[in-house]
Design a protein around this ligand. Structure first.
Ligand code: KG4
Ligand code: ZN
Length: 359
């Protein structure tokens, strides 16, 4: 049996987990900074690293207590060393180094994207998923990444395509900001879209020929233009200008209500259409046994449902809590490195733009 303490602090979640044999989650503690960053409308890097410093010891201790695990029972310490925010990553990496050094056990550096991918290996309470059969296709969709990865074996990755501009999650976050419906944008757009008509606006889909690359910046601009059609006519009536004594110029245009639900639904449908079509085409081309979804955007219900309905082969997605950032997924990925003897040295450093590469 291999017990790994995993630490994740690449963005705005301070997380620690104890994972057995890469599949059993004994504990999965996540201290979210969401409420702090919400007031900035996005993650404020300097604030994030300071919050990690405040939270990390307690989060690690809680993970051990919840797992009823003593320090001396641990076989290795795993930690995310990239990609992510430099200050945030440093907190996790330094904590992991200190613990591994003190306990004299191996340190394993994990790529955050590989962690997302391996979230599909974790058992949840209710279901005990069948083993993953290689080769599998993984669609990693997070706040910073959109990648189609063909996984030939553990640690053997072939990147088929990735975004050439915005990541899918980033597009959700920016559209939510335009619609002023909150942060993080994904869940807010999904909620707003529930009462909207996904056919109301024919937003562009960037197919980029036969490539498996993605682009969401054109879609984002199209949404912005649509929102501006409603907001521009209101500028002269903005309450702050009225308070400063500015009178609206006559004739004042009537205040237009932004059709938030229809825009959210049409945008969400455009993103999902592209993600599903490209994943299906890649799955067919490489004749994979199944498709795995991973990353924050894989929590999206429309994406999960459409992918399952359209792809004609099994589709696996992590439980919702394991879609967004957590440390259990880092422990799952670390197990395969542990077995292969891929240990980090004490000079392990953070790599903010780390790419997913085969070992
Ligand atoms: O994987 P993640 O937690 O962090 C990164 O590694 O970036 O992903 C966060 C992203 C955010 O952009 C968030 O808006 C998006 O995942 N997200 C969603 C949903 N839940 C989170 N996007 C669409 N639908 C959701 N339900
Ligand atoms: Zn992530």
């Amino acid at each position: 049996m291999c017990k790994i303490l995993a630490i994740e602090s690449s963005c705005d979640e301070t997380a620690a987990a104890v994972v057995i044999d890469g599949v059993i989650v004994k504990s999965n503690v996540i201290a979210s900074q969401l409420e702090i960053h919400r007031r900035y409308g996005g993650v404020f890097p300097e604030v994030a690293s300071r919050q990690h410093i405040l939270a990390i010891s307690t989060v690690i201790q809680d993970a051990l207590i919840e797992a009823r695990t003593g320090w001396n029972e641990l076989d290795a310490i795993a930690v995310t060393y990239g990609p992510g925010l430099v200050g945030s990553l440093l907190v996790g990496v330094n904590a992991a180094k200190g613990i591994a050094l003190a306990l004299d056990i191996p340190l394993i550096g994990i790529n955050h994207l590989e962690g997302h991918l391996y979230s599909n290996w974790l058992k949840t309470d209710k279901n005990d998923p069948p083993p993953v059969k290689f080769p599998v296709l993984t669609l990693i969709v997070s706040g910073g990444h959109t990648e189609l990865v063909l996984v030939h074996q553990h640690g053997e990755y072939e990147i088929l395509g990735r975004t050439i501009d915005d990541a899918a999650g980033e597009a959700f976050d920016k559209v939510a900001r335009m619609l002023e419906i909150g942060f993080p944008g994904g869940p807010a757009v999904q909620e707003a879209a529930k009462t909207g008509n996904p056919q109301a606006y024919d937003f562009p889909r960037a197919w980029l020929g036969n490539s498996f690359d993605f682009s969401f910046s054109g879609l984002k601009t199209a949404v912005l233009r649509t929102v501006q059609k409603y907001t521009k006519s209101n500028i002269l009536q903005h309450p702050s200008m009225m308070a400063m004594g500015h009178q609206p110029q006559a004739p004042a245009k009537p205040r237009l209500v932004i059709p938030v639900a229809d825009i959210a639904a049409s945008f969400q449908m455009a993103v999902v259409d592209v993600l599903v079509s490209k994943a299906k085409a890649a799955a067919d081309k490489y004749n994979v046994s199944e498709i795995l979804l991973a990353g924050g955007v894989s929590a999206n219900a429309l994406l999960r449902n459409k992918m399952m309905a359209a792809c004609g082969r099994p589709v696996r997605a992590p439980s919702l809590i394991l879609c967004t950032d957590n440390a259990a997924m880092i422990g799952a990925a670390a197990y395969w490195h542990y077995k292969a003897g891929h240990f980090a040295s004490w000079d392990l450093d953070v790599v903010t733009n780390l790419e997913l590469e085969s070992k």
